[in-house]
Design a protein around this ligand. Structure first.
Ligand code: HEC
Ligand code: HEC
Ligand code: HEC
Ligand code: HEC
Ligand code: HEC
Ligand code: HEC
Ligand code: HEC
Ligand code: HEC
Ligand code: HEC
Ligand code: HEC
Length: 295
């Protein structure tokens, strides 16, 4: 009906020839994504992933992430698709991530906005490979490689003499960090650093009869999370560690004599090792007479 009407109108204006051309163009079935993107195996691999069946599969699945891309379908070499992840016309990171977040916006994914990765202009596809049959970042070992491509400082910390066994595969970046963001600092899986540590080192949680305040407050006052030159993962060595806070303690804190010690305890203990020879319960004590963390 509309067609006839238009034809009539155009004929009146003496443009019948042109109209016939336009009609032929309008009736030509619009080419779908896979009509043109038909020869690239890497693109087609998406058919074997959960995303391949989005919106019923086929070319309709493409639209779920790349948008309807009408202009692109009409003149593909000139107009980018609505959302592109590159290589030719990469959309802004925010646009790329928003495309994924139309579906992945709940749970941990709600933390993305405001996360360090979002603010540093990463996008979902900085880590995820949607067209690969196997999205590599979903595997722990591969994820670690991807993280370390950017986090070179952590890479070097991982090989220090004292370290969390990350390279050994016993702990993974994602055991401690949520790559999509977190509620507390450093995108940890837990809200606080200590809750993170307790998730594996439950014995350090207490409650202790005699608490050592810094341990209850923040394990990283004394420990490095990834690696350190000082065993075991300590921020500093021997008495220096303690003397950051106990420079003017009850007794002289220099570990070289018994002169100022209460009761003039054996100075042998002060030599070679350090404060821990006497204050061995450094994380807290439950011994009735464990005040001063000595037992
Ligand atoms: C889940 C979201 C998603 C779906 C669905 C999707 N893509 Fe993609 N597409 C991406 C991402 C992300 C990239 C960037 C490369 C990668 O991660 O694999 C990409 C890259 C591309 C590229 C560029 C590849 C290159 O390196 O030259 C083309 C072309 C493409 N997609 C076409 C399609 C077609 C055709 C479909 C439908 C069969 C489709 N995409 C479905 C997310 C998607
Ligand atoms: C008429 C053929 C044709 C149709 C239809 C078509 N494309 Fe393309 N597409 C191309 C060509 C050709 C390129 C390469 C353009 C270039 O690099 O100059 C391309 C490139 C792309 C790219 C890469 C963009 C980039 O930044 O490098 C994506 C993604 C893409 N198309 C997705 C789609 C999606 C999704 C659809 C369906 C909604 C679609 N295409 C429909 C021909 C087509
Ligand atoms: C139209 C909705 C939709 C869009 C858009 C979408 N996804 Fe998904 N995605 C799903 C569904 C459905 C699943 C399967 C169920 C689940 O794990 O939530 C899934 C699963 C996944 C998984 C888990 C795959 C696995 O093997 O377990 C990852 C990773 C993922 N999506 C990443 C992305 C990324 C990255 C983008 C953007 C490039 C994206 N998704 C866009 C719907 C979508
Ligand atoms: C810094 C790397 C990185 C970035 C950026 C990233 N992811 Fe992930 N994503 C991962 C890793 C690693 C996993 C597997 C471990 C896990 O589940 O946390 C994962 C898992 C997932 C899963 C499967 C787990 C689930 O909830 O079902 C989905 C879906 C997903 N990511 C979507 C996204 C979306 C959407 C974005 C962008 C808003 C995004 N990711 C950005 C690294 C990343
Ligand atoms: C494309 C580069 C890139 C990749 C890949 C990447 N990151 Fe990041 N990440 C950054 C940048 C940039 C920052 C902000 C600067 C910084 O803290 O180093 C950051 C910050 C972080 C932070 C600090 C968060 C905060 O709130 O302070 C953590 C933790 C982190 N990344 C973990 C990971 C993990 C785990 C992976 C792998 C799953 C990963 N990153 C992959 C670039 C990347
Ligand atoms: C055992 C838990 C744990 C593991 C495993 C772990 N981290 Fe961390 N990471 C932390 C803690 C805790 C912090 C916060 C440190 C602080 O507040 O001083 C942190 C901080 C970071 C930061 C912020 C900058 C910095 O160095 O302080 C980045 C980036 C980071 N981690 C990346 C990684 C990457 C990449 C991996 C895997 C190779 C990884 N982490 C493995 C616990 C861990
Ligand atoms: C995902 C589990 C996990 C989390 C979370 C975790 N650790 Fe560990 N930690 C380990 C494992 C595994 C070892 C190695 C134990 C072994 O080899 O017997 C270890 C060892 C250590 C060591 C001894 C290192 C050495 O050289 O002997 C210290 C100290 C330590 N962790 C402190 C921390 C602190 C502080 C936190 C919180 C920032 C933390 N851990 C979080 C798993 C974890
Ligand atoms: C005041 C400094 C200090 C604080 C704070 C601290 N630690 Fe320690 N931690 C040490 C010292 C010193 C050692 C070595 C003890 C030794 O050699 O007997 C140690 C050893 C460890 C060890 C390895 C030996 C063992 O006892 O299992 C783990 C695990 C550990 N700390 C976890 C933690 C956790 C978890 C926290 C936070 C709740 C924490 N530390 C807070 C000083 C501290
Ligand atoms: C980050 C600061 C900090 C570090 C590092 C630190 N402490 Fe403490 N320590 C404190 C604070 C705060 C108190 C509580 C002081 C008070 O109650 O007056 C305390 C109390 C103590 C007490 C007395 C406990 C009691 O029951 O009265 C001993 C003993 C002690 N620390 C030993 C050590 C030793 C040994 C080290 C080194 C392994 C160390 N501290 C490292 C902050 C620190
Ligand atoms: C030879 C054993 C021994 C060594 C080594 C030792 N201390 Fe003590 N320290 C004690 C004893 C015993 C007390 C308890 C005194 C009391 O209860 O009157 C004490 C008390 C303390 C107190 C509590 C002071 C107060 O105000 O109540 C602190 C803090 C302390 N020591 C820190 C250190 C530091 C730091 C080092 C290492 C530089 C160290 N100690 C080395 C035996 C030792």
């Amino acid at each position: 009906m509309a067609g006839n009407h238009r034809k009539l109108l155009l004929a009146c204006c003496g443009l019948a020839l042109a109209a016939a051309g336009m009609l032929a163009h309008a009736q030509k079935p619009e080419r779908q994504c896979l009509d043109c993107h038909d020869d690239d195996e890497a693109i087609h691999a998406i058919g074997n992933t959960v995303h391949g069946s989005l919106a019923g599969g086929g070319s309709d699945s493409c639209v779920a992430c790349h948008g309807p891309s009408t202009a692109h379908k009409q003149k593909a070499t000139k107009n980018p698709p609505d959302v592109s992840f590159g290589p030719e016309w990469p959309s802004d990171p925010a646009v790329r991530s928003a495309s994924c977040q139309t579906c992945h916006n709940t749970g941990e994914h709600a933390l993305w906005t405001g996360s360090a990765h979002q603010q540093e202009n990463l996008a979902c596809d900085s880590c995820h490979d949607a067209h690969q049959q196997q999205d590599l970042v979903m595997g722990t070992q591969e994820a670690e490689k991807i993280c370390l491509d950017c986090h070179t400082q952590v890479r070097s910390e991982m090989h220090l003499p004292s370290r969390h066994p990350i390279a050994e595969g016993k702990t993974a970046c994602t055991d401690c960090h949520n790559p999509h963001g977190g509620l507390g600092e450093a995108a940890l899986q837990q809200v606080s650093v200590n809750d993170n540590c307790f998730s594996c080192h439950a014995d350090k949680r207490g409650p202790f009869l005699w608490e050592h305040p810094p341990a209850a407050e923040d394990c990283t006052l004394c420990h490095k999370p990834h690696g350190s030159v000082n065993e075991p993962l300590l921020t500093a060595r021997g008495p220096a560690l303690c003397q950051q806070c106990h420079a003017a303690a009850f007794h002289p804190s220099q570990p070289y004599g018994s002169e100022g010690l209460p009761g003039g305890r054996a100075n042998q203990n002060m030599l070679g090792k350090n404060c821990l020879n006497c204050h061995s319960q450094i994380h807290g004590s439950n011994h009735p007479s464990g005040a001063r963390l000595t037992r």
